[in-house]
Design a protein around this ligand. Structure first.
Ligand SMILES: Cc1cc2nc3c(=O)[nH]c(=O)nc-3n(C[C@H](O)[C@H](O)[C@H](O)COP(=O)(O)OP(=O)(O)OC[C@H]3O[C@@H](n4cnc5c(N)ncnc54)[C@H](O)[C@@H]3O)c2cc1C
Length: 537
């Protein structure tokens, strides 16, 4: 198989265009071409009136060796690399030891799946409910203002990304092609097959719900076990080694290998780990607001006359500005054609985030506009970042009126430093509702100053970004974990053997793909350790 890279064709090219491009690139005739598949399809929209599709193609030809010899050194032609996943270990037969995974977000699910595929029959513990029941509880906050502290956007089967845009790309280095394994497993679980080749795949909320159920069924069929409403309240550590976990109902589950995939919002569990002496340290994160614009504004700006083309879909953006006060402001978790969601897991607090459906056809585009902060902003204690997040989330709750409405302000008013009283052309999507007013008390002064400086700069890149009627809602605080649970080269906690901190909560991922990839890496480390522990001395 040969891989052809950077094959560029116009957006409206005919189906036959790909074959012609392959023949031209390889200098062969049609009878020598046995078949081809699209490995990746991206687009180049820098010239809006002439958008190009950029393909990476895997091509089968007759007499490949001779052709490769003839084309030696030609740019954009090489043997297709092997991206197949290979298991690193198999559970020893008759092994009684079972690894325990805490959390069913992408990290815990992939750790559980890989361990199950290698024959280790993991026990997977989740504080929240199964995904269907959890969906009802999550809608309870959005529609009826009823928060379920153990079953919400952050907690429950599928983890934090279940009610999301389901963006599936990451910038983490992936020399072992774990990302390919993740996408392949998602497709097996009924994700749209195109996620295997489009450059910025996404899934959307409703499909994610079904996929999570499918993945659970696969893990169970391999001997894994799921236990919902099973919050881990304590861990037993003896002589620097994990011995057991203790659930909220008092049940003790003994284990020598514990994967900690608890996400960034398990604040009580972070505290418990700290109290038990597990090494944790503060880490930087970001806070800010959600911003909403008409999706058509973003589409027109990015795609011009090609806005609305189904191959391009709803346009996204990525923005960053380095401010005079030394802060950086950037767009975070942009959701084209989506909605802003209430994402708190704690009573008396308001947190924003964003989600979309697969179709991305809601009226507004939204993204977090967030400011980077560091432990220097909340010094003193490894868990001080949590107190800092809580302070601003509580303030947002008060400013919103104390009923889970989010505080909001129009961009024009925010820039002019006057409270908003009336919505304009952009209606916010956050449910249960948005209370207009003045957002400046809802974040530290330096963050407000940084966002005020950044918005007009962003407007120069996306004309209309600082439009008067765009709506800001606050506050966006759960951008990543405020702590890191540090681990060594064997993926174990620095000071607790058998404890494997993983995914976003431990500070080793920042999104669905990177959390899933981290889950695979940690599962491999657990499997290798369990095999070596069971080997005869
Ligand atoms: C609304 C929203 C939209 C998002 N959109 C995207 C997106 O489009 N693309 C993207 O890449 N990322 C997105 N993210 C971020 C993404 O969801 C996270 O990066 C990812 O889910 C982290 O995976 P994780 O497995 O490490 O943790 P999580 O997904 O947070 O999972 C942790 C799990 O552990 C459970 N848990 C915690 N403590 C305990 C305990 N003590 N006992 C038992 N169980 C426990 C929790 O209930 C939870 O289910 C979004 C997040 C949110 C909230």
């Amino acid at each position: 198989m040969l891989r052809l890279t950077d094959v560029q064709l116009p957006l409206d090219h005919p189906e036959s265009g790909l074959e012609s491009a392959i023949l031209a690139r390889l200098g062969i005739t049609a009878d020598a071409l046995l078949g081809y598949t699209v490995f990746r399809r991206a687009y180049d929209a820098r010239k809006k009136s002439a958008v190009n599709l950029i393909y990476t193609l895997d091509v089968e030809v007759g007499n490949e060796a001779a052709l490769l010899k003839r084309l030696q050194g030609k740019r954009g032609v090489q043997p297709t690399p092997d991206t197949n996943y290979r298991f690193v270990a198999r559970a020893p037969s008759g092994s009684k030891m079972r690894p325990v995974v805490i959390g069913t977000g992408p990290c815990g699910l992939f750790a559980g799946l890989l361990l199950a595929q290698m024959g280790f029959r993991p026990i997977i513990l989740e504080r929240g409910k199964s995904v269907r029941e959890r969906t009802k509880d999550t809608f309870g906050l959005w529609r009826k203002r009823v928060l379920h502290p153990e079953s919400n956007v952050q907690f429950g089967e599928g983890g934090a990304g279940t009610f999301s845009d389901g963006k599936l790309w990451t910038q983490v280095k992936d020399p072992n092609h774990y990302g390919r394994k993740v996408l392949t497993e998602f497709v097996k679980a009924d994700a749209p097959p195109e996620i295997l080749y489009v450059s910025k795949p996404h899934i959307g909320t409703f499909r994610l719900v079904k996929m999570v159920e499918q993945m659970r069924a696969s893990i169970e069929a391999l001997g894994g076990e799921f236990r919902f409403e099973s919050k881990v309240d304590d861990i037993e550590i003896d002589d620097g080694r994990v011995r057991a976990v203790v659930l909220a109902n008092g049940e003790r589950i003994a284990t020598s290998h514990l994967v900690l995939a608890i996400g960034h919002s398990a604040r009580d569990t972070f505290q418990m780990l700290y109290d038990r002496g597990v090494y944790v340290e503060a880490k930087p994160f970001s806070l800010g607001f959600r911003i909403e614009h008409p999706q058509s504004l973003i589409d027109n700006c990015r795609f011009g006359p090609n806005a609305g083309n189904p191959i391009l879909g709803a346009a996204d953006y990525k923005l960053v500005h380095h401010c005079e006060n030394g802060r950086s402001v950037y767009s975070f978790c942009m959701c084209p054609g989506g909605t802003v969601v209430a994402a708190t897991s704690e009573p008396g607090r308001v947190v924003t985030n964003g989600m979309s459906q697969y179709s991305r056809n809601e009226r507004n585009a939204n993204s977090g506009i967030v400011v980077g902060i560091t432990p220097a902003d909340y010094p003193g204690h490894p868990l001080a970042g949590i107190a800092f997040q809580r302070e601003w989330e509580s303030r947002a709750f008060e400013l919103g009126g104390g009923n889970y409405d989010a505080p909001g302000q129009l961009v024009g008013d925010f820039l002019a430093n006057r409270p908003s009283t009336e919505f304009g052309s952009v209606l916010p999507s956050y449910k249960p509702g948005v209370r207009l007013g003045d957002l400046s008390p809802s974040l530290p002064d330096y963050a407000i100053a940084a966002i005020r400086e950044a918005l007009p700069v962003f407007d120069r890149q996306i004309q209309g970004f600082a439009m008067r009627d765009a709506v800001l809602t606050g506050v966006e605080t759960r951008t990543s974990s405020p702590i890191r649970i540090k681990r060594n080269d064997l993926f174990e906690s620095l000071n607790t053997r058998g404890l494997y901190p993983a995914g976003e909560g431990a500070g080793y991922a920042g999104g669905i793909m990177s959390a899933a990839i981290d889950g695979i890496k940690v599962a491999e480390a657990v499997a290798l350790s369990m095999v070596s522990a069971s080997a005869p001395a």
